[in-house]
Design a binder for this molecule. Structure first.
Ligand code: HEM
Length: 64
């Protein structure tokens, strides 16, 4: 669906450049960019902020 693939450095480099705070915000609130639409909280409203942020941390760590 246009989501950046975890582990794909090319997909992630320009996103990591935006900074963690922006990535957290986009993962929590949703984000429509050039490649598609990221649903708020990955479309699971039961996930709390800490879980979403930890997941972003993990995705970034695997992709740089
Ligand atoms: C908890 C699960 C998820 C997390 C933590 C997560 C996190 C992220 C992050 C950090 C980005 C980069 C945002 C940016 O570049 O500013 C992103 C982009 C994106 N995500 Fe997710 N995501 C999750 C689940 C999903 C799911 C389930 C979908 C689709 C059904 C999805 C679709 C997308 C798309 C299409 C983008 C690219 C948006 C664009 O740049 O045009 N994500 N996601």
């Amino acid at each position: 669906m246009g989501a950046p693939v975890m582990g794909n450095l090319e997909d992630w480099a320009p996103r990591i450049e935006k900074g963690k705070d922006t990535l957290y915000q986009h993962a929590l609130e949703g984000y429509a960019g050039e490649t598609g639409a990221m649903p708020p909280r990955g479309a699971n409203p039961k996930l709390d902020d800490d879980t979403i942020k930890a997941t972003v941390d993990y995705m970034v760590a695997q992709s740089q």
